[in-house]
Design a binder for this molecule. Sequence first.
Ligand code: 5GP
Ligand code: ZN
Length: 115
Amino acid sequence: MSSDCLFCNIVERSVPATIVHETGSVLAFRDINPQAPTHVLVIPKAHHADAASMAASDPALAGEVLDIAGTVAAADGIDAAGYRLVFNTGKDGQQTVLHAHCHVLGGRGMEWPPG
Ligand code: 5GP
Ligand code: ZN
């Protein structure tokens, strides 16, 4: 836990968020600036800087993040139509919060390639 990390503070409930799912090690909450009708962030409660470093140090946790991403998609009713999972990583990946998070985006048709 890092007190200057926004998502650690959401885990600690010192910053409010609309939480849609929680397990012992994973939290899912709605993005404050949604880019699609469903835009949920699925994060490990433990601080990891990005998806790859999370997977390297705790592969089971990375698997649980993906599992909960699917659970969230099903709960929002977008699993049949399809959805997009995104892990922005680093500067060129436009990662702005340096705590690993999986964007779950859906409820509209996505475009490819991404910008
Ligand atoms: P990134 O750009 O790092 O891949 O994604 C960070 C995401 O966090 C962005 O989509 C942004 O809208 C979201 N975000 C930033 N601050 C907050 C906040 O305080 N609460 C919530 N729920 N989402 C946030
Ligand atoms: Zn953090």
